[in-house]
Write a protein that binds this ligand. Structure first.
Ligand SMILES: [Zn+2]
Length: 254
């Protein structure tokens, strides 16, 4: 069992133990931050505060899940970067392409632990039979989290031999690999035309209801990749990007 993160400690101190109890406005209030929702043109959220009190503003034009993640992100800034005035743009909040030392990624990490706390997600993952989009959507619904944030958490928690990868039409934008996978399994920089992901992104093919098998070398440049198979399942993101879950064979597990 991993040590509790700052966000998880915050939940535990407030006696919160179930997903439906994670009321972010109330949590912000107990920490001295008032939240207001208003239309904003140039950013997703802001925080303005002294050492003790803060006002968090959230863009009311964003979707409910986006607003929820943005608020958790600002509570993360309040915890880690207190006393600064921060304007968080669309590319700052929930951007898995940011580097690990970036304060925006730090706030995202906090948000991920506040919305999808490990101690609540882990027991649910134990009951999950396969890491499919359907299973991830069910989990995302229970936690009011985005599918991307939920899949990211599923990968980091290292329950399944999976790699999560995001591509646009030109290149790979980011990926995350379960720790159990050998580190040389790095997904391709560009989508191979034979993948189902490429069919969806470039040819408008529909999302697959179930993961489908694909030769491993369509996704990974590894020795013996033409003899191995991976399972892939993808969904489209806004802005012509696609997110794919790849379930790797036993040979890829360290
Ligand atoms: Zn931020």
């Amino acid at each position: 069992m991993n040590a509790a993160t700052p966000a998880e400690r915050m939940l535990t101190e407030l006696g919160i133990s179930e997903p439906k109890e994670i009321d972010l406005d109330a949590i912000a209030w107990t920490k001295g931050a008032v939240v207001n929702y208003r239309p904003m043109d140039s950013c997703e959220a802001t925080i303005v505060g002294t050492r003790r009190r803060a006002v968090i503003s959230i863009n009311s034009r964003s979707s409910p899940k986006r607003r929820r993640f943005s608020l958790a992100h600002e509570i993360g800034h309040w915890h880690h970067h207190r006393g600064r005035i921060l304007f968080c743009g669309k590319s700052d909040v929930c951007n898995f392409a940011n580097g690990p030392l970036d304060p925006e990624r730090q706030a995202d990490g906090f948000a991920s632990d506040l919305i999808l706390p490990n101690f609540m997600v882990t027991p649910r993952l134990r009951k999950m039979k396969r890491p499919t989009l359907a299973a991830a959507r069910e989990l995302a619904g229970e936690f009011e989290a985005s599918l991307t944030a939920t899949l990211f958490k599923m990968t980091v928690l290292n329950r399944f031999p999976i790699v999560l990868v995001c591509h646009n039409k030109e290149k790979r934008r980011w990926f995350e690999r379960a720790k159990m996978i050998q580190p040389w399994w790095v997904p391709a920089k560009q989508l191979d035309p034979q993948t189902f992901a490429a069919e969806m992104l470039f040819k408008g093919a529909a999302e697959q209801a179930f993961p489908r098998k694909m030769p491993a070398d369509a996704w990974f440049d590894v020795r013996g990749g033409d003899d191995l198979e991976v399972e892939e399942q993808s969904f489209l993101l806004p802005n012509e990007e696609i997110l794919t879950i790849l379930k790797l064979p036993d040979e890829a597990v360290a």
